[in-house]
Write a protein that binds this ligand. Structure first.
Ligand SMILES: Nc1ncnc2c1ncn2[C@@H]1O[C@H](COP(=O)(O)OP(=O)(O)O)[C@@H](O)[C@H]1O
Ligand SMILES: [Mg+2]
Length: 357
């Protein structure tokens, strides 16, 4: 495909350092520690903005579980990072009035990790396992009877004297979250009674999220400024909150105005190399590589990952979903293709954003 524009130079931006990125390069891999973001996390349905279909489905099941005094059915939440999967698990626990135990699959590598977790559950408790697609086979097999019949099969003894003992567990709710639903084994997937996808947020919802966070920070932002952050956060609340923090830093140091306006948002986001559509260095590297080195594509995912020095999983789950969503990138059977929309956009941003070399 001959869509290369001579206006692009042949190099592409260097790989950004982790701390420079606004989008998480790798999913969280340990037991989740309380993060800075926690102060902004919604706790109840009414604070959780958007995702109306998800909220409707879950609120009906929560009401039913409460009225029957049973544990809520197991829930699988999937979608790109930062859209509210962990938050929703915490909201569910609050709405059900139960405790929430948070862990992630890589922390459950040894059989005794998952056994310990299950044996310490309290009745109707909510157990949240992040990155559930990364559970080991052994962990999954221990989980199946627990999910289905609230039982744990323990093997006692070794060799010919080995026997299995069945232990009763209290009823509980597993909430699993993943950015890669296709990587979940089908027996595990089948054990979730409710499976829901989280979608990118629309501009109105994002602006509400920005305004809510600004209120919590005690920041005064005018309408244009909150809209500008909403427009540039890639449809993702976590990024909206992060951009707002950068704007707050900038305002603290560079401005003595009481109310933050669009100009200040523009200046601070330019400093962080976030362009008008919210693209950052990682996005531009990917698009420019395909344009400059492969005539706009198609390029296979493995080639892209190798050239950009990223994991294929990171490209697939973190960088690509938003580019696909806004029509800048297409997935074809022969590989990734950059669209003319992306080329027009990059051309329009050329003067504004200069990536660090
Ligand atoms: N629906 C929402 N309304 C308001 N803020 C949200 C919403 N969803 C997510 N957030 C904010 O975004 C941050 C990231 O959400 P999180 O649940 O950690 O995403 P995920 O688990 O899908 O990666 C949260 O700390 C919260 O502040
Ligand atoms: Mg999460």
């Amino acid at each position: 495909m001959a869509i290369v524009s001579s206006s692009f130079n042949t190099s592409f931006p260097r790989k950004p350092k982790r701390e420079e990125r606004l989008v998480d390069p790798v999913p969280i891999s340990e037991e989740i520690k309380p993060k800075k973001d926690d102060s902004l996390r919604p706790n109840r349905w009414n604070e959780f903005i958007g995702q109306s279909e998800l909220k409707e489905v879950l609120s009906i099941s929560v009401k039913a579980a409460l009225s029957r005094k049973e544990a809520l059915d197991h829930v699988l939440l999937y979608g790109p990072p930062g859209l509210g999967k962990t938050t929703m698990a915490l909201v569910l626990a609050n709405e059900l009035g139960v405790k929430c135990r948070i862990t992630s699959a890589p922390a459950l590598e040894r059989p005794r990790d998952i056994m310990g977790l299950l044996l310490n559950l309290e009745p109707n408790q909510l157990l949240f396992i992040d990155e559930i697609h990364r559970l080991t086979k052994v962990a999954e097999e221990l989980l199946y009877p627990a999910l289905e019949d609230f039982k744990l099969d323990l093997t006692v003894g070794k060799g010919t004297t080995a026997r299995t003992r069945e232990i009763d567990l209290p009823s509980f709710t597993l909430v699993g979250a993943t950015t890669r639903p296709a990587s979940i084994s089908s027996p595990l997937r089948d054990r979730f009674g409710i499976t829901q996808r989280l979608h990118f947020y629309n501009l109105d919802e994002l602006q509400m999220i920005v305004k809510r966070a600004a209120d919590l920070f005690g920041l005064l932002l005018n309408n244009e400024a909150s809209f500008e952050i909403a427009r540039r956060c890639r449809g993702t609340p976590r990024i909206a909150n992060r951009l707002l923090r950068r704007v707050r830093d900038y305002a603290t140091v560079q401005s003595n105005q009481k109310i933050i306006g669009k100009a200040l948002v523009d200046d601070s986001l330019r400093l962080h190399q976030v362009d008008d559509r919210g693209l950052d260095q990682s996005d531009r590297r990917l698009l420019l590589f395909i344009i400059n080195n492969h005539d706009g594509g198609p390029v296979g995912l493995d080639t892209l990952a190798a050239a950009l020095g990223e994991e294929t999983a990171t490209l697939e789950t973190v960088v690509e979903p938003f580019l696909l969503q806004i029509g800048f990138l297409k997935r074809t059977p022969r590989g990734r293709v950059v669209t003319s929309l992306a080329i027009d956009h990059l051309t329009s941003q050329k003067e504004k954003i200069i990536d660090k070399k």
